[in-house]
Design a binder for this molecule. Structure first.
Ligand code: F6R
Length: 612
C-alpha cells in the first residue's frame, strides 16, 4: 500500500527520490520521507502529509548523498505522524529502512528485541526491521563483504507477513540491499546507477530496463552492479526486461487529472487489448494459453475472483462465459473467497483479475486455489506483477499505466479481455459459432464507439452540475446493466464522497424503494433489449415518487418521462458495459471536480492494496 523508491549512482539522490515519490503518491500519501548516506553518516528527513511537505523541509536541498531510499506511507500500524513515517532506523543509527507491507509478528519481535535492550520510538511494525538487522549484525563476528547481507537475510527469516524492503547501512556506503515477499518491488538499471521502485511508472523516465524480483530474492546493489541471491544466499543470475511503455503515457499529457486522461485513453486501451487476438473471420488465439478441447472440457466450474472494480469486470466475464460456453461460473470477492473454504478442486478453472497484479487478497485467493489443485489464470495490466508470477497462465490487458486511484481504462480493458476469453473458450469447445462472429465484429467496432461516447462528455458535465450537492444517488439496472450500476456507484462514492447504492432494478420494490423521495437522484442503465421494458417499469415507479432520473441507454425508447437521457451507441449486451460505464465515469469525475476534490487521490484510498 505504501510506495518506495531508491537510488544508487553518481547523481545527488534526493531530487530523484522525491520525483519518484511524487509519482508513487497514489499508493499512499499520509507521510513521506527519505534517507541518504552523507559524509557524516545516515541522514533521515521525513514528515507527516504529502510529498510536497517533504520537498519543502529545511535542509533537504543540502543533501549530497548519491545513495538513498524513500517512502510514501499509507498508515497500517500507527497513526499518520512524523514518528511513524519511514525511513526507520535502529537504535545505533547504523541502518535505515523503508518498508511496504505488514509484519504480522511484529509484537513478538518487538518483545524479543526489547528483552535484548532495544528501544522503540514509533508505533509501526516496520521499526522492528532495522533493529532486528542490527541484532544479527552485531552477533556476526565475520567482518567480510557479506556481513550486511547476512544480517538482512537473518532478519528476514524471522519476519512473518509481507514486505518489500530497502535498507542502507552506514558501514556499507556503496551498497543498498533490497528484498521482497508478497509486496511489489522492481529494479531499474541505468548507466552506473540503479533505481528501485514499487512500480515501473515511477522510474520509467530514468530507465526502461528492469529486473523483476521473486519472493525472497535478495539484491545487493552498487553503482554499477546488481548481485542477486536466493533465500539461502546462493548467487543467482537475472536478466533485465525491457518495458515498452513510454514516459508520456505515465504523465498527464495535458489533462487536468490522470483520471480524465485515462477515461479518454479507453479507445486505445481497448484497441491494444484486442490486439491481434482475432479478426472478424479468424478464430481467437491466446499464445499464452494454447488450450485444447480435452483440457477445457475437464473443468466443471469456473471461478472469477477479484476485488472492487476488477470484480465488477468479472461479472461481465461470468455473463459471457456462462452464455457462450455453458460453463457454470461464479464470481467472488477475493477477501471473502479466501476465508470461505470454497469448493475448488482440480475440476475448477480459476481466473484472477487484478489491474496492479499486487492486490494481497487476490494473490492469497490464487495461492489457495493452487493448493486445492485448480488451474489458475491471472489477468493483469502489469507485466511481471506478483499475480502473474504465481498463476499457471497469465494474460494481459494492455491499458498502459493506470495512475488515478479510481480505475477506468483497466475496467473496460478487463471486460473486453474476458469476453474475448469467453469467445476463445467457446470456439475451442465448438459452441455458438454464428453468434461469435457477430460478437467479434462488435468488439472490433468498440474503439470507434467509445470515441463517440466520449463526445457526450459536455452533456454529462451539465447534468453533474445539477446534482453535485446531492447526499445520496442510486444506480439501477438489470442483467448486464446491473453490473454497470455496481461499478458506476463505486466510482461515484470513491471520488465524490456522495453516498450511493446500486440495486438490481427488480429488487427495488423489495425494500430500497422506501428510500426514494422527492428530488432523489436515480441513475439507470438500459442497454439490454430483452430487459429494457422491465427496467422502464421500475424507473416509472421512482419517477412517480418524485425521483430525478438520469438514463443511460442505447435503445430506441420513449424518454419523455426522464429528466436527462444519454444516448450511447448500440452494441452487443456482452460488451455494452464498455460503453455504458463511460458516461458514469465522466459523471463521477465531473461531480468530484465540481466539489473541488482531488480526483486522482481520493481520501483513504490507495491504488494498490497490498495488505489484506
Ligand atoms: C476502484 C478500484 C479498486 C480496484 C481494486 C482491485 O476504482 O480501483 O476497487 O479495482 O482495489 O485492484 P487491482 O485490480 O489492482 O487488484
Amino acid at each position: 500500500m505504501c510506495g518506495i523508491v531508491g537510488y544508487i549512482g553518481t547523481q545527488k539522490a534526493s531530487p530523484i527520490l522525491i520525483n519518484g515519490l511524487m509519482r508513487l503518491e497514489y499508493r499512499g500519501y499520509d507521510s513521506a520521507g527519505i534517507s541518504t548516506i552523507e559524509k557524516t553518516g545516515i541522514s533521515i528527513m521525513k514528515d507527516k502529509g504529502r510529498v510536497k511537505n517533504l520537498y519543502n523541509l529545511d535542509g533537504i536541498n543540502n543533501l549530497e548523498g548519491t545513495i538513498g531510499i524513500a517512502h510514501t506511507r499509507w498508515a497500517t500500524h500507527g497513526k499518520p505522524s512524523k514518528e511513524n513515517s519511514h525511513p526507520h532506523t535502529d537504535n545505533s543509527k547504523t541502518f535505515s529502512v523503508v518498508h511496504n507491507g505488514i509484519i504480522e509478528n511484529y509484537n513478538e519481535l518487538r518483545k524479543f528485541l526489547s528483552d535484548n535492550g532495544y528501544k522503540f520510538y514509533s508505533q509501526t511494525d516496520t521499526e522492528v526491521i532495522p533493529n532486528l538487522v542490527h541484532y544479527y549484525y552485531t552477533k556476526d563476528s565475520n567482518n567480510d563483504d557479506l556481513k550486511f547481507l547476512r544480517a538482512v537475510k537473518n532478519a528476514c527469516n524471522d519476519l512473518k507477513g509481507s514486505f518489500a524492503i530497502e535498507i542502507i547501512c552506514k558501514d556499507y556506503p556503496d551498497n543498498m540491499i533490497v528484498v521482497r515477499k508478497d509486496s511489489p518491488l522492481v529494479i531499474g538499471k541505468g548507466e552506473n546507477e540503479n533505481y528501485i521502485s514499487s512500480d515501473i511508472p515511477a522510474i520509467l523516465s530514468f530507465t526502461r530496463n528492469f529486473y523483476l524480483l521473486n519472493d525472497f530474492e535478495f539484491v545487493v546493489l552498487s553503482r554499477n552492479d546488481a548481485k542477486f541471491y536466493d533465500k539461502n544466499l546462493k548467487p543467482i543470475h537475472k536478466e533485465t526486461q525491457t518495458i515498452e511503455w513510454n514516459t508520456a503515457s505515465a504523465e498527464k499529457d495535458g489533462y487536468d487529472d490522470y483520471m480524465l486522461k485515462e477515461i479518454y485513453e479507453q479507445p486505445n486501451a481497448i484497441r491494444e487489448t484486442i490486439g491481434a487476438k482475432f479478426s472478424e473471420n479468424s478464430k481467437c488465439e491466446f499464445d499464452e494459453l494454447n488450450f485444447t478441447k480435452d483440457f477445457l472440457s475437464k473443468f466443471n466450474k469456473i471461478y472469477i475472483i477479484a476485488c472492487g472494480t476488477a470484480m465488477h469486470a468479472g461479472l461481465a466475464g461470468k455473463n459471457a462465459i456462462e452464455k457462450l460456453c455453458k460453463i457454470n461460473t461464479e464470481v467472488d470477492i477475493a477477501s471473502e473467497f479466501r476465508y470461505r473454504d470454497p469448493l475448488v478442486d482440480d475440476k475448477s478453472l480459476c481466473i484472477f483479475i487484478s489491474q496492479s497484479g499486487e492486490t494481497a487478497d487476490t494473490i492469497a485467493a490464487l495461492k489457495l486455489c493452487k493448493e486445492k489443485g485448480a488451474k489458475t489464470i491471472a489477468i493483469s495490466n502489469v507485466i511481471g506483477s506478483s499475480i502473474t508470477r504465481e498463476a499457471d497462465y497469465s494474460i494481459y490487458t494492455h491499458a498502459g499505466p493506470e495512475i488515478a486511484v479510481a480505475s477506468t481504462k483497466a475496467y473496460t480493458s478487463q471486460v473486453v479481455l474476458l469476453v474475448i476469453l469467453a469467445i476463445y473458450f467457446a470456439e475451442i469447445l465448438g459452441l455458438n459459432s454464428s453468434e461469435l462472429s457477430s460478437l467479434k465484429k462488435e468488439i472490433l467496432e468498440l474503439p470507434k464507439k467509445i470515441e463517440k461516447t466520449l463526445e457526450l462528455s459536455s452533456d454529462i458535465k451539465d447534468f453533474s452540475k445539477k446534482v453535485y450537492q446531492e447526499k445520496d444517488i442510486f444506480f439501477l439496472g438489470r442483467g448486464i446493466d446491473e453490473t454497470v450500476a455496481k461499478e458506476g456507484s463505486l466510482k461515484l462514492k470513491e471520488i465524490s464522497y456522495i453516498h450511493s447504492e446500486s440495486y438490481a432494478a427488480g429488487e427495488l420494490k423489495h425494500g430500497p424503494i422506501a428510500l426514494i423521495e422527492n428530488g432523489v437522484t436515480v441513475v439507470s442503465i438500459m442497454t439490454d433489449p430483452k430487459l429494457v421494458e422491465k427496467t422502464i417499469s421500475n424507473i416509472q415507479e421512482v419517477v412517480t415518487r418524485g425521483a430525478k432520473t438520469l438514463v443511460i441507454t442505447n435503445q430506441n425508447i420513449d424518454t419523455s418521462m426522464f429528466d436527462f437521457v444519454i444516448h450511447i451507441p448500440e452494441t452487443s449486451p456482452f460488451v455494452s458495459p464498455i460503453l455504458s460505464i463511460i458516461p458514469l465515469q465522466l459523471f463521477s469525475y465531473y461531480i468530484s471536480k465540481e466539489k473541488g476534490l482531488d480526483v486522482d487521490k481520493p481520501r483513504n484510498l490507495a491504488k494498490s492494496v497490498t495488505v489484506e
